[in-house]
Design a protein around this ligand. Structure first.
Ligand code: ZN
Length: 134
């Protein structure tokens, strides 16, 4: 793994949170994107070298809706940048981690992504992401 790619925060209302986090960072988000397959609207903020992703549910059965129902708003996942997501999935699986999607899928921000089940990583939802080369 190379570095933390971004931290994902689950929010109830993306518009309100975009305003709030723009105030916090002193800069607006640089991109917003719907990931229909995941049932989420996202926005991304650049903070120096780091990125923060806000996630809002677009439907009731969205993982974000379920997360907020159970735990409330807050940090949802930590995403790590990897060079080769397929081999990293294989490696982590052999180490005993539970992979939620063994076939990487297209995520927000031009990435291939895979998630590890939080119950195999001390309650932390881990996202692996590999930049899709253009
Ligand atoms: Zn993410």
């Amino acid at each position: 793994m190379n570095k933390i790619e971004h931290i994902g925060i689950a929010v109830k209302n993306l518009k309100n949170s975009n305003d709030l986090f723009a105030k916090l960072f002193g800069e607006p988000y640089y991109k917003t994107e719907e990931v229909e397959t995941e049932g989420v609207n996202t926005s991304f903020f650049q903070v120096g070298e780091n990125k923060i992703e806000l996630l809002e549910a677009t439907k009731e059965d969205s993982p974000i809706a379920k997360f907020i129902e159970k735990k409330g708003e807050g940090i949802h996942h930590i995403a790590f940048d990897v060079d080769d997501i397929v081999s990293e999935i294989k490696r982590l699986k052999s180490e005993g981690f539970i992979i939620l999607n063994e076939t990487p899928k297209k995520g927000a921000d031009n990435k291939l992504v895979a998630f590890l089940h939080p119950k195999s990583s001390n309650g932390v939802l881990i996202e692996l992401c590999q930049e899709i080369k253009k």
